[in-house]
Every structure is written in structure tokens, then in C-alpha cells.
Design a protein around this ligand. Structure first.
Ligand code: HEC
Ligand code: HEC
Length: 437
């Protein structure tokens, strides 16, 4: 079945043409809050026991870890340091060798690897001797691995009506403690922290649904050819469908959270224990944190005026819905309340070629440098209410939703051009619609 056929089937069943029926973006888990606290609620249909479990998991998530657990190498001392209020992090990275424990100011991270060599896990990236697969810019009582200085380069782009938009892209200077630039054969990928709402619902979408959406050879000829990123699951010890991370490079929340504890904060855990089996994060804390990360609720969409209704139509006209699939249905979840929900995530969880301008030139499992996972758009209109300085795209280069769209290329070139050459009122209508998600 082609992606259109699947989207259509789901749509006929669930959304039809009734503009209001997509208001419960997270199905029965949806909460009604579009304030700056919108992402701080749990799925609205959890049992009292589950609510207690989620709240227990908020502890290790919000906690600012300290030595001896913290580090020795880390990027930030708390999950919430990068995912504040469960929203996205700012595009900023440590730039001071003097910072060790306190004042952790990185809200982003840099993945690294080599082109040639032996990966740690089947299909994985080749770790850099001494650094592994992530560069830590903070350390406890020692010198961090690297110093990263982020600057931005601006360039103009013209809309169809000849008004100018300024786009900026990051220029990351990474140096080692002796002041040398990082060796040029080390591939790097600079990524900001995404919001963490509705992730248990995305995890509950059946593999078969994603397989049906995939169209790797573009058999339907629509110019869009997303594919699944198959990745290694360190829990199941198997290659499975990737869903999380900017390149769908993590298989599930368990693996994502285990990797975050270990790589981002330097905390051993039940998936990545010390060589003697010890863990900094207890198994109970670990399970609670995974549960917490699974049940952060998606807010209901905001009220739509006439402009936003037009924008909703333009979203389809411009071809945005070819990747940002509006409606999907979840399968079975270990959390029963997340099962069989009609949801409106605006993603296909597939990776797409987004062109040369967005490439990080670094493969991540089966995703090439140019390929990125379609991010979910539910809640995107609240991004800068939750954190006024927050920005968009994998490295946070886009200061506005308009800029994010103007960076689209590759398979999304036609959609980008439809937006760029549209009238100002149609462009504004599209943004007004995005602001209601
Ligand atoms: C230094 C900043 C930083 C810290 C600390 C951090 N994260 Fe993240 N988080 C990120 C980045 C960057 C990504 C995207 C990773 C990628 O693309 O590979 C991410 C991705 C995620 C995702 C997947 C989201 C998605 O939509 O795919 C989850 C879940 C998550 N983090 C949870 C956590 C938890 C739980 C912790 C604490 C144990 C944590 N993070 C600590 C930066 C951080
Ligand atoms: C070919 C698939 C595809 C199409 C078509 C597409 N997008 Fe995207 N979109 C993506 C991918 C992949 C990213 C992430 C790129 C990155 O981070 O470098 C993205 C990112 C975004 C973001 C930023 C999300 C975030 O979390 O920062 C917005 C907003 C967005 N798209 C809106 C749109 C709109 C509006 C359209 C139609 C004009 C559109 N997209 C068309 C695949 C697509």
C-alpha cells in the first residue's frame, strides 16, 4: 500500500473532512492546557497507580545529579537541564573549560564516529577511540573531552513575492584541551534536545503501519520516499525499527533513556552497567524514568480561526502531509491507556532525504547524512511559549517556523517551494495552522 493510501484509509476512518475531529491530538490521553506548563502533565486517562509511577520517574528526570554518580564525563547534570518543562532544549553547547559540575550550560550534544572501522553493535556507527560515539563537553574534577564554540552564519533567501528572509546555520568549532581542532576524520552531528510529549503513543504505533507508510523507491512517484531506519536494540539484542532521536536512531524509550543516562549524564544503569555490574541509577529509578518519558501528555489543539482553517488546507496543498502524516492509530502498548488511540502526531517516523543544506554528513545506522526523521508537529505551536529562546530543526538553526520550512530540501523541495512561492496570506495561514498544533 502506498503512503497516500494508508493516510487516506486512516483519514476516512478517523478524521474525514470535519475540521474539529482532530482536536484530541493524543486521543484519550489528551490534556487541555495550552499554557507554558502544557507539557508537564501525564496522560489524562492513567490510573492512580500509574500516576504515582510517573511522578516517581519525574524525580530522576528533574534531579541534578552530583558526584560520585555524575560523570566523570557528561553534557548536563540533569535530563531536565536539556528538556526543560519536558519541552525542547536551547541550541547551546558548553563553551567553557572551567565549568565542571555546576553551571552545566549545554542543552545540546554532539554525536561522533569514524567512517571506517568496526562498530560496537551490528549496523552501528564506528566509535572514535578515546571518545566513543558522543563528545562530552563537561567533566567532574577533570578536563572535558572537548570545547565547543557555536557561531552562526546568516544568508538571505527570497520569497516568491521578493521579500527577504534571513536563514542562519551553525558553525561549530570543536577543539581538544590542547587547543587543537578536532581531527578532521572524526564525523560529528550536532543535535538539540526535542520535546518529549506523546512518546509512548509513538512507540505504540505498529511496525506494520510504518512499513506501509514507507516507500523507499518512490513507487507512487510523488517525490517522497521515506524509509524505516533499522537500528540495534541493546535490550532485545536485535535489529529493530528505529523511532526516536533526530534520525530515528534509537529503537524505543528504554534504549533512548538508557543511552541518555549513560552518555549525557555519565550514569551507569541496568542497560549499561559498570563492568562490575554496579549502577548509578537503581533499576527501580530506571523503570520509573522510562514510564515517565512514555506518558507525558499531548495537549489538545488550539482554537482555529478562519485563517488557521485555510492554513490547514494549505498544509495538504503544499504536500506537508506527505511526511507529517496527520492521523495514525496506535497498536498494543504495555501501557493499556496508550493502546488503540487515534492520534494526530504529524509524523511518519520515517527518515527522508532533506537535501545538502541540512546534511550532517554522518551516517546513523541506515540513515545517511542527508536523512532525518520527520519530527512530530503536535505541540509545535507551544514551543516558544514554553521556552522563548527555543528554536527548530535538529540543530536549532531555525528561529521561526517559517525558517524551518525554508530549510526543507531533498524530498521536501516541492513542499518548500510551494510555501516559498505562495502569497504572504497563504504563508501566514499555514503558520497560523501550525500554531494551533
Ligand atoms: C545534554 C542534553 C541532554 C540531556 C542531559 C538529555 N537529553 Fe534527551 N535528548 C537530547 C538530544 C540532543 C536528543 C536527540 C538525540 C538524537 O537525535 O540522537 C534527545 C532525545 C531524547 C528522547 C527522544 C525524543 C524523540 O522525540 O525522539 C528522549 C525520550 C529523551 N531524550 C529523554 C531523556 C532522558 C530521560 C534524559 C535523562 C536520563 C535525557 N533525555 C537527557 C539531549 C539531552
Ligand atoms: C519529505 C518529507 C517532509 C515534507 C514533505 C515536509 N517535511 Fe517538515 N520536516 C521533515 C523532516 C525530516 C524534518 C526535520 C529536519 C531537520 O531537523 O533537519 C522536518 C522539520 C519540520 C519542522 C521543524 C520541526 C521541529 O521539531 O523542529 C517543521 C515546523 C516542519 N517540518 C513543517 C513542515 C511544513 C509546514 C511542510 C510543508 C510546507 C513540511 N514540513 C514538509 C520532513 C518533511
Amino acid at each position: 500500500m502506498t503512503r497516500w493510501a494508508v493516510a487516506l484509509l486512516v483519514c476516512v476512518a478517523a478524521c474525514g473532512d470535519n475540521a474539529e475531529s482532530d482536536e484530541r491530538q493524543g486521543g484519550a490521553t489528551t490534556v487541555d492546557d495550552r499554557s507554558a506548563l502544557a507539557f508537564t502533565h501525564y496522560a489524562s486517562n492513567l490510573t492512580p497507580d500509574e500516576l504515582q509511577m510517573a511522578d516517581a520517574g519525574r524525580g530522576p528526570f528533574d534531579f541534578h545529579w552530583e558526584p560520585p554518580q555524575l560523570g566523570p564525563l557528561f553534557n548536563n547534570d540533569a535530563c531536565a537541564g536539556c528538556h526543560a518543562s519536558n519541552g525542547r532544549g536551547l541550541s547551546q553547547i558548553g563553551n567553557d573549560f572551567d565549568i565542571d559540575v555546576n553551571g552545566a550550560n549545554s542543552q545540546s550534544l554532539i554525536r561522533c564516529s569514524l567512517v571506517d572501522g568496526t562498530p560496537d553493535v551490528p549496523g552501528g556507527n564506528v566509535p572514535v577511540p578515546q571518545y566513543g560515539l558522543q563528545l562530552q563537553d563537561h567533566a567532574v574534577g577533570a578536563v572535558p573531552e572537548i570545547h565547543a564554540a557555536l557561531t552562526w552564519e546568516e544568508q538571505p533567501v527570497l520569497y516568491g513575492d521578493n521579500t527577504v528572509a534571513m536563514l542562519r546555520q551553525p558553525n561549530l568549532a570543536i577543539t581538544t584541551p590542547d587547543g587543537q581542532l578536532l581531527a578532521p576524520d572524526i564525523l560529528t552531528s550536532y543535535r538539540e534536545a526535542p520535546a518529549i510529549v506523546g512518546l509512548g503513543l509513538l512507540e505504540a504505533i505498529d511496525d506494520a503501519t510504518l512499513e506501509a507508510l514507507a516507500d523507499p523507491d518512490d513507487l507512487d512517484g510523488d517525490g517522497v520516499s521515506g524509509h524505516i531506519n533499522h537500528v540495534w536494540d541493546p535490550v532485545a539484542n536485535a535489529t529493530v525499527v528505529g523511532r526516536f532521536g533526530w534520525k530515528a536512531n534509537a529503537p524505543n524509550l528504554r534504549a533512548q533513556v538508557a543511552g541518555a543516562f549513560a552518555g549525557d549524564i555519565g550514569l551507569s544503569n541496568k542497560v549499561f552497567p559498570e563492568s562490575d555490574g554496579q549502577r548509578d541509577v537503581s533499576d527501580t529509578q530506571f523503570d520509573q524514568t522510562v514510564f515517565f518519558a512514555s506518558v507525558i501528555a499531548v495537549p489538545a489543539s488550539g482554537p482555529r480561526n478562519g485563517k488557521a482553517y485555510i492554513g490547514r488546507t494549505r498544509f495538504h496543498d503544499f504536500g506537508c502531509a506527505g511526511c507529517h502524516i496527520p492521523t495514525l492509530v496506535t497498536g498494543d502498548s504495555v501501557i493499556p491507556e496508550l493502546s488503540h488511540q487515534t492520534i494526530h502526531p504529524y509524523t511518519d517516523l520515517l527518515v527522508h532525504d532533506m537535501g545538502d543544506s541540512l546534511t550532517d554528513s554522518r551516517r546513523d545506522f541506515e540513515a545517511t547524512g542527508r536523512e532525518w526523521r520527520t519530527p512530530a508537529l503536535w505541540g509545535i505551536g507551544l514551543t516558544q511559549l514554553i521556552a522563548t529562546q527555543a528554536t527548530f530543526l535538529h540543530d536549532g538553526r531555525a528561529r521561526t517556523l517559517e525558517e524551518a520550512i525554508l530549510w526543507h530540501g531533498g524530498e521536501a523541495m516541492a513542499a518548500r517551494e510551494a510555501f516559498r512561492t505562495a502569497s504572504k496570506s497563504d504563508r501566514d495561514a499555514l503558520i497560523a495552522f501550525l500554531m494551533t498544533l
